[in-house]
Ligand binder design. Structure first.
Ligand code: SAH
Length: 241
């Protein structure tokens, strides 16, 4: 049987996995074989007697750089089939978006290289065709948490992972919009009620209300997203008053 969606992670700290990916939705799906996770130790590909994986940066400067030869050997040893994306978590990379997540989730699952220290030797990025992906404009101390974010976002979209198959359809970014506000019981909380429309039972009105809220939120909080979808005129929102 061919395995389902699979993430292969190259890291100096394989003991960090599955970590948070081993609980809740992702963890249950992992245990039941809906996806597979392989965390491989880059250090296993070191060749000298100290098993060193890094060295000082050429040209000087602080910190250490992961060696191209060791990392290339680790990538080769993982024997990744050519149809799988080869990613490097990196603050210089293409910012991860929900549409990229949808694409990664639809494929066979990526190889993900996690950097540490000052980063990795540029030559292995080119020689092994690594696609750099960032989780945001800030610097983490290693690629592992970034890899977990990417994997988690993919796994929840895999068939059978989320309770209701529809729950991925409406949420933030699915149409270039942020999600509308959610409410549940109790009916009243510290003097605050639930918007009347949501308890009206009128599905069309509920849908229209949610749409208007999502648009208003996106317009005010994320003008970048709003502009990217070309805006939308003539929709009156209840949060605008
Ligand atoms: N000196 C590098 C940062 C190295 S941080 C620079 O200035 O670009 C060490 C490792 O953490 C990186 O190699 C990368 O794998 C990971 N990392 C840090 N921030 C990240 C981010 N925003 N997105 C994805 N990976 C990140």
């Amino acid at each position: 049987m061919t395995t389902a969606w699979r993430a292969t992670v190259l890291t100096l700290f394989p003991e960090m996995f599955p970590g948070p990916l081993g609980v809740s939705l992702a963890g249950k799906a992992l245990a039941s074989g809906l996806w597979a996770l392989e965390a491989r130790d880059i250090r296993d590909s070191a060749t000298d007697k100290h098993r060193s994986v890094d060295d000082t940066p050429a040209g000087g400067g602080p910190g250490m750089v992961l060696r191209a030869d060791v990392l290339a050997a680790a990538i080769d040893a993982a024997e990744i089939s050519p149809d799988r994306p080869r990613l490097l978590m990196s603050p210089r990379g293409r910012p991860l978006t929900q549409s990229m997540v949808v694409e990664f989730a639809a494929g066979p699952g990526p190889l993900i290289v996690c950097g540490r220290f000052e980063g990795i030797d540029q030559r292995v990025i080119e020689a092994r065709n690594l696609e750099e992906v960032s989780v945001g404009d800030y610097v983490l101390s290693g690629g592992e948490i970034a890899a977990m974010a990417l994997i988690d976002a993919c796994v929840r979209l895999l068939p059978g992972v989320m309770g209701k198959q529809t729950s991925g359809v409406d949420e933030s970014f699915s149409e270039g919009l942020l999600e509308y506000p959610q409410f549940t019981r109790p009916q009243e909380f510290e003097g605050r009620g639930i918007p009347e429309i949501l308890i009206s039972g009128d599905h069309a009105k509920v849908a229209a209300w949610r749409r208007a809220e999502a648009e208003a939120l996106t317009r005010t909080r994320r003008p970048d997203l709003w502009a990217a979808r070309g805006g939308q005129k003539g929709t009156k929102s209840t949060t605008d008053g």
